[in-house]
Design a protein around this ligand. Structure first.
Ligand SMILES: C[S@@+](CC[C@H](N)C(=O)[O-])C[C@H]1O[C@@H](n2cnc3c(N)ncnc32)[C@H](O)[C@@H]1O
Length: 195
């Protein structure tokens, strides 16, 4: 089954095959929040899953939109937000077709891009570009995996620089940080500015 279908992801959630799920906020988001590189604004978290980062961003004063195609993790997220007295827009939709009424100031991309086969990346990258206002920031965690197949699919810096071309994106010289994942891979955290 293709990793671009809702059925594939729903089945993984129902089977509990969610090895990507840290059970807590990623150290990458903590780093960016603490470093002052993330001024509060409107932010989208695509493919948010359980969305621990959504809580953290809402608590830090962001206006957050959380997006996923599977209903179950979104229900858990809504319950948690309500329990903690936090506000966020929680949307069940497809990242390949979702269009907000207004572009966002920032997007936090964690383990969504690498969930899709490389053939699907250009369509997803085009959506990321559409979602951001000019000057907006893409906080991206690119999965570095030892595997030939996925998900997660290896997303080398060279591949990412080609996918997020210099005509639309301003790249930093180097990644802000490296984040290990207990599932056996690591992520490189980059901040890309939308031209
Ligand atoms: C590898 S998981 C990452 C979840 C979360 N970002 C994290 O790091 O824990 C990928 C997530 O993307 C969601 N997803 C997959 N395809 C999607 C699509 N086409 N539109 C929206 N969400 C999708 C899945 O349901 C899953 O929650």
């Amino acid at each position: 089954m293709s990793t671009e279908t809702a059925e594939y992801w729903r089945q993984r959630w129902l089977d509990g095959k969610t090895g990507w799920d840290r059970g807590t906020v990623s150290p990458a988001l903590r780093h960016w929040l603490e470093s002052g590189f993330m001024p509060p604004g409107r932010i989208l978290v695509p493919g948010c899953g359980n969305g621990y980062e959504v809580d953290a961003l809402a608590a830090a004063g962001f206006r957050v939109t959380a997006l996923d195609i599977v209903p179950e993790p979104l229900e858990a997220l809504r319950d948690r937000l309500a329990h903690r007295g936090l506000q966020a827009e929680v949307v069940q939709d497809d990242v390949f077709t979702y269009q907000p009424a207004t572009p966002f100031d920032a997007v936090y991309e964690q383990t969504c891009l690498c969930a899709f086969r490389p053939e699907a990346r250009p369509a997803y990258a085009a959506q990321l570009a559409r979602w951001l206002r000019p000057g907006g920031t893409l906080f991206a965690l690119f999965a570095q995996t030892p595997w030939r197949n996925g998900p997660p699919f290896h997303s080398s810096p060279e591949q990412m620089r080609e996918l997020f071309g210099a005509d639309q994106w301003l790249w930093p010289d180097q990644a802000d940080l490296t984040v290990p994942h207990e599932a056996g891979f690591h992520e490189l955290g980059y901040r890309l500015a939308r031209r």
